[in-house]
Design a protein around this ligand. Structure first.
Ligand code: NAG
Ligand code: NAG
Length: 287
């Protein structure tokens, strides 16, 4: 009896894994990421987000569940290292589905293993079965039909080290990368951030269509290296929006509560772009 219960549970878990694999989205993999093994693997079962995997999207959740992906218990799965970021440099971060990802695209394929142009408008891409039911590239679900329709990602920082002691208002977006994620490696320009031994960073993404509207907000332990000192960004009192200049918070949208940007179907999606007041690359209006 006991054994059959176990195998039922194992079968259910396998099914879950298969579904998650099929709908896999993307996350930024750094040495400082929470949930470095993709999920919390301890004994607690009190998830408040039906998605448990770090690369799955956040949708229709209460603030206590979506903020820094807390509802997946990733705060209980601490990083194995620290994400070291050199100020005034250009860094590359993989957006993928595993810590040991490789290849030109997030699914491990090289550029010459995908029809070019790699676009859902290319009949060879359609013939290869790479288009999802929502009209985007499906391997993994990139929420984009090609590079020029990828919405853009961003990185934010809080000059605080205790994840239980940070709020939305502590995080300022310091860099954006237009037309990402699409290729696995995303390039970010880093402004003249003040050195910080133990800070918290967040990698964020709001896709523009090609599926249900949702968002991504994953926490990382980060360290800013700046031998020249640098500047500490101002606390971002500003919520992102069209023509908003100055230090801006991350965007919270499509959730059950706690949104700082209200979105109605049919409106333009609030992406990390000029639509919401962000310039491309290092944000220099944050100091
Ligand atoms: C689950 O319980 C632990 C221990 O009480 C707590 O630290 C954690 O925040 C809880 N997780 C969620 C998602 O509420
Ligand atoms: C990318 O997709 C858009 C929207 O479908 C299309 O207008 C554009 O031509 C595509 N670009 C390429 C390089 O195929």
């Amino acid at each position: 009896m006991k054994q059959s219960q176990f195998s039922l549970r194992a079968a259910a878990l396998c099914g879950l894994a298969a579904i998650q694999g099929a709908s896999a989205h993307l996350a930024a993999y750094t040495n400082g990421m929470y949930c470095p093994k993709n999920t919390y693997q301890g004994p607690l079962t009190n998830f408040t987000d039906p998605n448990h995997v770090v690369y799955d999207p956040l949708f229709n959740l209460p603030k206590d569940a979506w903020f820094l992906s807390k509802g997946r218990n990733c705060w209980l799965a601490p990083p194995t290292g620290v994400w070291e970021i050199q100020a005034n440099s250009v860094i590359q971060v993989p957006w993928a589905n595993s810590a040991n990802s490789h290849g030109y695209y997030a699914d491990g394929k090289e550029q010459n293993e995908r029809p070019q142009p790699f676009s859902v408008t290319n009949p060879a891409v359609i013939a290869a079965g790479l288009v999802s039911s929502s009209g985007g590239i499906n391997s993994p679900n990139m929420h984009a039909g090609n590079k020029s329709t990828a919405a853009g990602t961003a990185v934010a920082i809080a000059y605080k080290s205790n994840i239980y002691d940070v709020k939305m208002e502590d995080f300022v977006v310091f860099t954006t990368a237009p037309q990402t994620p699409f290729e696995r490696l995303v390039t970010y320009n880093i402004p003249n951030l003040k050195a910080c031994n133990e800070c918290l960073c967040a990698t964020v993404w709001i896709p523009d269509g090609y599926g249900q509207q949702n968002m991504y907000m994953a926490p990382h332990k980060c360290k800013i290296i700046n031998p020249k000192g640098g500047q500490q960004p101002k606390t971002p009192s500003l919520v992102p929006g069209p023509n908003v200049r100055g230090p801006k918070q991350m965007i919270a949208a499509f959730q059950a509560n706690g949104n700082n940007v209200q979105w109605k179907g049919g409106q333009k999606v609030p992406t990390y772009t000029s639509r919401m007041g962000f310039t491309a690359g290092a944000q220099t209006d944050i100091f």
